[in-house]
Design a binder for this molecule. Structure first.
Ligand SMILES: *Cc1c(COP(=O)(O)O)cnc(C)c1O
Length: 387
């Protein structure tokens, strides 16, 4: 709570007000969308601001970036057309031959990009067991590792990695730490405060929150040469977030705290209800005290565990798929962090060869009435004959 009258408003206030936008000419309090591809020079033939061409960036996207920098406590944030284009820029910016350490289980698209770069001889990849610091410690190579990529909580079983401890290990080896905390956005987890050098988010998810825009963002406190390289790549690859999508993102972020808080409450209610359910082998949710990462997650999210959970269905793989098919309130769709609840059979989505439990269902709990969500999963488990 911020009750000091003369201090700067908190990120919650700043973001709800879109950074207290106010158009001096008209009094409008909503930031406009600026779609122009090109920007005219002034009479002296100078650029009016830094804008020249849309691939360089544009005012609407920069407004969204300022909001994310506020949330992250970052010096700068950079928005891309998707989480994957942001992740790909990071990989492309690594020096050839760079040693990189990533979790053995990780968001499937990111995993595929790293594996491809490794297979082509662009980088050298090692993996560690998610959440396991000893495993991370033995995977890093002092003075050789350039990047440690941590996803926490980790798809799809929500294993938690201690960010501060991972930062110490990465920095001890002379490497950067990048965190992907897409499942617990910066209103809950301020990764840069905890020691991350780069904070990555798929802004498609909680930040935008309405399942109508793809976006990815990187944030840093120290903008060095690696950061400049990323900006250059974004410009040349044309992966800057489009201004209309940036506007939707701005609109979505204004309710981030409300949405995330409600999703967290709903998820906690569901997780408690379904723990020990006869049709389930396990409920994987860091908000449950029984979850192995509970205490670290409580610290890293301020007790705001988010809306992501997974369940392991009793029965066969087909039983698990039948549960998804029987849902009437949860949509049988992939993605996460939107206002509407989604359920997916993760193995179907991540594809063969990806290490995921065949009976795991991933739930993105939205902001609906928790009782409706509980009733839906109850009837779906019964219809599918789980147990
Ligand atoms: C969705 C997601 C990504 C990829 O982001 P897109 O916006 O879909 O390209 C990366 N990491 C995590 C954890 C995600 O959930």
């Amino acid at each position: 709570m911020n009750n000091r009258p003369n201090s700067r408003p908190s990120p919650a206030t700043r973001v709800a007000q879109a950074m207290r936008f106010l158009d001096r000419e008209t009094g409008a309090i909503v930031p406009p969308v600026q779609p122009s591809v090109t920007f005219a020079r002034d009479e002296a033939h100078d650029l009016r601001r830094d804008y020249m061409y849309r691939r360089d960036g544009n005012p609407t996207t920069e407004h969204a970036e300022a909001m994310i920098a506020e949330l992250e406590g970052a010096r700068e944030a950079m928005l891309f057309a998707s989480g994957m284009s942001a992740a790909t820029a990071v990989i492309d910016q690594l020096d050839t031959g760079a040693h990189v350490v990533v979790p053995e289980v990780i968001y499937h698209g990111v995993r595929e990009q790293f594996a491809t770069a490794h297979a082509k001889g662009r980088i050298v990849l090692s993996t560690f067991l998610p959440g396991n610091l000893d495993s991370l410690n033995s995977a890093v190579r002092p003075d050789e590792t350039r990047l440690v990529w941590v996803e926490t909580p980790n798809n799809p079983d929500w294993t938690v990695t201690d960010i501060a401890a991972a930062a110490r290990i990465a920095h001890g080896a002379g490497a950067m730490l990048l965190t992907d905390c897409t499942a617990t956005p910066p209103c809950a987890t301020r990764a840069l405060d905890l020691g991350a050098d780069i904070s990555f988010h798929s802004a498609t998810k909680y930040l935008a929150g309405h399942t109508d825009v793809t976006a990815g963002v990187l944030s840093v406190r120290d903008a060095g040469t690696f950061w400049e390289g990323l900006a250059h790549l974004r410009k040349l690859q044309g992966t800057v977030l489009h201004s209309f999508d940036a506007w939707l993102l701005i609109r979505g972020m204004r309710t981030l705290y409300l949405r995330y808080d409600r999703a967290t409450r709903n998820a906690l209610t569901m997780a408690r209800h379904f723990s020990g359910h006869a049709g389930l082998e396990a409920v994987l949710y860091p908000g449950l005290p029984a979850h192995p990462g509970h205490e670290i997650a409580a610290r890293q999210t301020g007790g705001q565990f988010g809306g992501m959970m997974s369940v392991i269905v009793k029965g066969s793989e087909q039983t698990a798929i039948d549960v998804v098919r029987a849902c009437r309130v949860f949509y049988p769709a992939t993605s996460l962090g939107g206002v509407e609840s989604l359920i997916e059979h993760r193995k179907t989505v991540s594809g063969e060869g990806f290490p995921v439990h065949p009976r795991l269902l991933r739930l993105s709990v939205g902001i609906e009435d928790a009782e409706d969500l509980i009733a839906d999963l109850e009837q779906a488990l019964a219809t599918a004959g789980a147990g």
